[in-house]
Design a protein around this ligand. Structure first.
Ligand SMILES: *[C@@H]1O[C@H](CO)[C@@H](O)[C@H](O)[C@H]1NC(C)=O
Ligand SMILES: *[C@@H]1O[C@H](CO)[C@@H](O)[C@H](O)[C@H]1NC(C)=O
Ligand SMILES: *[C@@H]1O[C@H](CO)[C@@H](O)[C@H](O)[C@H]1NC(C)=O
Ligand SMILES: *[C@@H]1O[C@H](CO)[C@@H](O)[C@H](O)[C@H]1NC(C)=O
Length: 326
């Protein structure tokens, strides 16, 4: 024990000591202190949490993971540093961007502006399935297992209709950008990943007037989605993923990797499906035929090999569970 002093003092300080200890064990932001003190405990109420309080082998993860970055933009967190803004503008080299402050102001009048998913606590167990688009989902029969998570996160063109046995029915969150957009049902949250200011103007337009029909390629001018459930991926978080997790590999992270990082930062338990090649080494989407090999591995802007390597390491460190299909 820490206190070896005289009996009388011990008795008197005991209630205070228990109070402080209880607080230290419960307060989520003190998990560093807890692990420094070697106190075991759980950061969530799942069987295995992403943040381990008592794991000595956690340094690889904790060197990269930074909870002070939040994956989503809110009105409160919509300011970008000059550094982040310049990097973000460079990604797709937008010619004459509109004033971001004004665009965001219009956007947050249309969609919810408050912070979300900042509710990590020891009593929470939020389970998430991240469903990539790999052909390794074919004949996997993962559908009902995928749907058993609280959140089911899909991305880009991912269809469920006709593939339910393998990929599930449920979609709680769907990540996309204007050039990859599809219609959603009323209960799904659309998460827009903006790679330029025009993408933010596009979502406003696509939910209202429909007057933007082209970015660097033609895009859907209107989209079916519930505007009360639209969320915006934070460019600051995008840069953090690129710097801290990809260490500058590729030009910027893929939607798949950004979806995975979204889950790792807001969920307590993450299952990952449909990432990587199929069992024959083909990189195609589950709704396409094998002929289109290489469909998403070498797109020029992403370092798919490096991203997959980090994904494997996350699985290796028991941060996520990877399901590689049948
Ligand atoms: C997390 O990011 C914040 C903001 O950039 C930075 O101040 C802090 O040092 C980082 N924490 C760790 C543990 O890297
Ligand atoms: C953008 O608009 C805001 C608010 O009207 C203004 O304060 C800011 O100077 C503008 N920024 C640029 C780069 O023009
Ligand atoms: C969609 O959900 C919203 C509430 O978020 C509701 O007001 C609206 O009526 C729903 N629309 C349809 C077509 O179900
Ligand atoms: C994968 O990651 C490990 C550990 O960081 C590294 O040693 C290895 O070179 C990486 N491989 C690739 C292909 O990036």
């Amino acid at each position: 024990m820490i206190f070896v002093g005289e009996q009388r003092m011990h008795n008197k300080s005991l209630p205070l000591l228990w109070f402080l200890l209880g607080y230290t064990l419960r307060e989520p932001s003190l998990y560093f202190l807890r692990s420094m003190l070697g106190l075991s405990g759980n950061a969530c109420s799942c069987r295995r949490c992403i943040i381990h309080l008592d794991d000595e082998d956690d340094s690889w993860f904790m060197e990269r993971f930074n909870q002070s970055f939040h994956p989503l933009m809110s009105r409160k967190s919509s300011m970008l540093s000059d550094d982040t803004y310049r990097w973000w503008q460079w990604l797709q080299a937008e010619k004459s961007p509109s004033n971001l402050t004004i665009v965001l102001d219009r956007l947050f009048q249309l969609i919810p502006a408050e912070e979300r998913y900042v509710d990590a606590n020891p009593d929470r167990c939020r389970t998430c399935s991240v469903v990539g688009n790999s052909g390794n989902l074919r004949e996997s029969r993962y559908g009902s297992y995928i749907d058993s998570s609280d959140f089911v996160i899909r991305m880009n063109q991912a269809p469920t209709q006709g593939f339910e046995k393998d990929v599930g029915y449920k979609t709680t969150h769907h990540l996309m950008y204007p050039e990859s957009a599809i219609d959603l049902d009323n209960s799904t949250r659309l998460i827009l990943i903006p790679f330029k200011t025009l993408d933010l103007e596009w979502i406003i337009s696509a939910l209202t007037t429909g007057d933007i029909s082209k970015t660097y390629v033609p895009v859907k001018s209107r989209i079916k989605a519930n505007k009360d459930k639209v969320l915006i991926y934070n460019p600051g978080f995008l840069k953090y993923v690129y710097d801290s997790w990809l260490e500058g590999h590729g030009r910027y992270p893929s939607t798949g990797f950004l979806s995975l990082m979204f889950a790792v930062h807001i969920c307590d338990e993450v299952k990952v499906f449909g990432f990587g090649a199929d069992q024959d080494g083909n990189w195609h989407h589950y709704w396409e035929d094998n002929m289109l090999r290489g469909a998403f591995r070498h797109t020029g802007v992403h370092d798919g090999d490096y991203e997959y390597n980090i994904t494997l390491l996350l699985a290796d460190k028991h941060k996520i569970t990877l399901y590689r299909g049948g």
